[in-house]
Design a protein around this ligand. Structure first.
Ligand SMILES: Cc1cc2nc3c(=O)[nH]c(=O)nc-3n(C[C@H](O)[C@H](O)[C@H](O)COP(=O)(O)O)c2cc1C
Ligand code: SF4
Length: 663
């Protein structure tokens, strides 16, 4: 019993199993399989969350049928070949007292034929929201085939040792496409009345109950109201939940947010969405069910958030997905009174869904062990054989992580940072609108260094001579990168920079974010990084400060680089609302005096416009001065992160962890 989180750490009976607490690692697609088989990457990933204390894991979905294959990393469909591989995972996780469910999914009309090589089977053949194509209206025999395929998947799961299944019936996917009048236009026994529209779901559940008996958990992932007139309202969904519940067909409903119907970014909501996003819908479902338990999902990030939802009586369980990707030991740390040690997810979506969207395997910006547990032994830091004196130069994300890992390994660590603050450019990013969660992570890093007694020195710039005489056994250079002031653009690879870039009225996004330059009223922002955060976040920051902002970019759409992390559309929405003008498919030929010559890259037409200030959002230049000066010094010197190549915080943290584990 936890004094701090009494509701969170109370057990709950679900089907034939008892959950030791209320924390679920909900269904998601880490895309980890190797040629469709759950291998070492899966095993390590789920074992770590089981070790970390979650009560129940809902393992990466299994396509119900060959027409439901959605990603390159999906498990093979319709084969028993998977059973022994899953058995290894369920046996291992059970040994940690974890209840194991497995999602079975089919997105119906919104499939991906580039992966499945099959048509999309849907109730009525409505167009796909995933691509420009149509979908195939199922015949009755095909519907029967699909019901049998769901039950067969559940049979495989039972044989693989799972305690239950989680049927994907949210976000307007196959099961709820049957429920919704927007996607079910049938006039036979599968459409029309409530009873007809829920028939598919009911038949799947009945088939599973009959096959696996009453103890086998049947869960269902559902979502709230559909975002269009004529779509399912919350009351309609309540009626469906209640119908299924009154027949005892479902043991839990897990309530996510968003929809394939033009609300995709809300399915994995970034920091652009409120905390507790699915809480009220979960409460609405909880109000109408008697048998089934209800799980709240989406932006329930921390044990404190979870305790709030449970103590308000709005749900019986909480799913914390990204929170446990970021820290697999979240549950145990909370139970042991170490909630402050939980590494916080920053809701950036960059390396979890951001990688899944590109069909890579999932990892995490703040926790690079995600997806690499099988290589690194989990999210753990083994003690070093012989403690050494390690000097870390630079306190950005790379420096903070390598210092933390090295100190946890037992080394004596000194971290020297030339500015007055830790965090580097990531600290500036935290100052952009709505990106404050980055600051929570940086503060966590800082607290961990204090706890580990890392010697931190601020406002000290190290020279190569200082380093040579430092007495350190090992030096890690994390000096990062600096903004380029040349105005180099990819549209002009033959030019070193922009004519006019040296003028007083030209600055970089760093100057703006750190407050060293206050731009004039009318600002032109040159975005040569396809709308990545330094450009889009600074445009929003300036607009919020009441500057008139125009962005010129060679890209075809604003904030395009943010699309994979499901923050592109929400950023563009903000651009529109706040009045940021974006000039697409264009480059800046020159900025002389206050006149910008803007060239359209398709037509070659040039437009001249006047601005008070030009802000450069272009690719940084690495700061490798110390690396070069220390070459041949005979010292053990490592360089990581932007010091090697200007790029993202995620890569810096990854390289830092990898090096830290080797030191
Ligand atoms: C990489 C990734 C993939 C996801 N894939 C699925 C999925 O296959 N099925 C599903 O029901 N939810 C999926 N989700 C949604 C999560 O279950 C959850 O609703 C969402 O991440 C919000 O919860 P959180 O704030 O705790 O992360 C996915 C989430 C992530 C991060
Ligand atoms: S990549 Fe970002 S959003 Fe995803 S789990 Fe990690 S910190 Fe959270």
């Amino acid at each position: 019993m936890s004094v701090e989180f009494p509701n969170l750490f109370s057990p709950l009976k679900l089907g034939g199993a008892t959950l030791k607490n209320r924390i679920v690692f909900g269904a998601h697609t880490p895309n980890h399989s190797h040629e469709g088989i759950p291998g070492k990457r899966h095993f390590g990933y789920y074992r770590e969350r089981a070790r970390g204390g979650a009560a129940m894991l809902v393992v990466e979905p299994m396509p119900a049928h060959r027409t439901g294959v959605l990603t390159r990393g999906n498990f093979l469909a319709e084969t028993d070949e998977l059973i022994p591989h899953f058995r290894k995972i369920t046996d291992e996780c059970h040994s940690h007292g974890t209840v194991m469910c497995h999602q079975i999914y089919h997105v119906g009309g919104h499939g991906d034929q580039e992966n499945s090589w099959e048509p999309y089977w849907s109730p009525s053949g409505t167009p796909s929201m995933h691509d420009p194509w149509g979908s195939h209206a199922m015949t009755e025999p095909e519907i029967e085939e699909l019901i049998a395929a769901f039950v067969e998947c559940a049979r495989r799961d039972r044989d693989a040792g799972f305690d239950g299944v989680d049927l994907f019936a949210g976000y307007n996917c196959l099961i709820d496409q049957f429920w919704s009048p927007l996607t079910n236009k049938r006039s036979d026994k599968w459409g029309g009345s409530l009873e007809n529209r829920v028939r598919f779901a009911a038949r799947v559940c009945e088939g599973i109950r009959e096959m696996a008996g009453p103890d086998f958990i049947i869960g269902m992932t559902v979502s709230g109201a559909e975002p269009y007139p004529g779509g399912l309202t919350i009351a309609d969904k309540q009626e469906i939940m209640s119908w299924l519940d009154s027949r005892g067909l479902v043991d839990y409903f897990s309530c996510g947010t968003g929809s394939y119907l033009n609300q995709f970014s809300k399915i994995v909501p970034s920091f652009h969405f409120d905390l507790f996003l699915g809480r009220d819908d979960a409460a609405a479902f909880k109000a109408v069910v008697k048998h089934a338990k209800v799980t709240a999902e989406a932006r329930v990030k921390t044990p404190r958030n979870a305790e709030t939802v449970l103590s308000e009586g709005k749900a019986d369980l909480v799913s914390i997905v990204r929170g446990q990707i970021a820290d697999p030991h979240l549950a145990n740390k909370a139970r042991e009174g170490r909630a402050a040690d939980i590494r916080p997810c920053i809701s950036c979506n960059q390396l979890c869904i951001g990688r899944r969207m590109r069909d890579y395997w999932l990892s995490c910006l703040v926790n690079p062990s995600a997806g690499r547990e099988h290589e690194w032994g989990g999210d753990v830091t083994p003690r070093a054989e012989a403690p050494r004196d390690i000097l870390v130069v630079g306190g950005g994300p790379a420096g903070l992580e390598v210092a933390r890992v090295a100190a946890e390994r037992g080394h004596r660590v000194r971290l020297v940072e030339k500015t007055g603050e830790l965090g580097g450019q990531f600290r500036l990013a935290a100052g952009q609108p709505e990106r404050g969660e980055i600051g929570i992570f940086l503060n966590w890093c800082q607290r961990q260094l204090e706890k580990l007694q890392v010697q931190v020195e601020l406002r000290k710039e190290m020279t190569a001579d200082d380093i040579r005489s430092s007495g350190a056994d090992t030096v890690v250079l994390c000096t990062g990168s600096t903004p380029s002031r040349s105005g180099y653009q990819r549209a002009y690879p033959h030019r070193d920079g922009l004519p006019g870039a040296g003028q007083d009225n030209v600055c970089t996004i760093h100057d703006v974010l750190d407050g060293s330059v206050v731009p004039g009223t009318n600002v032109l922002l040159l975005d040569d990084i396809n709308g990545w955060w330094p450009a889009s976040g600074t445009a929003l920051h300036l607009a919020q400060q009441r500057h008139r902002v125009t962005v010129v970019t060679a890209a075809e759409k604003a904030a395009g680089q943010l699309d994979n992390s499901l923050t592109g559309d929400t950023t563009r929405e903000r651009f529109h609302k706040i009045g940021i003008e974006v000039i697409l498919a264009s480059a800046l030929e020159s900025f002389e005096g206050s006149t910008a010559r803007i060239i359209n890259l398709y037509t070659g037409d040039i437009e001249e416009r006047d601005f008070d200030t030009l802000v450069l959002a272009t690719t940084n230049e690495r700061d490798d001065r110390l690396s070069r000066e220390l070459e041949g010094s005979g010292m053990e010197v490592h360089a990581i992160g932007d010091t090697v190549q200007a790029r993202t915080a995620g890569m810096a943290v990854y390289e830092a962890r990898k090096l830290g584990l080797r030191l």
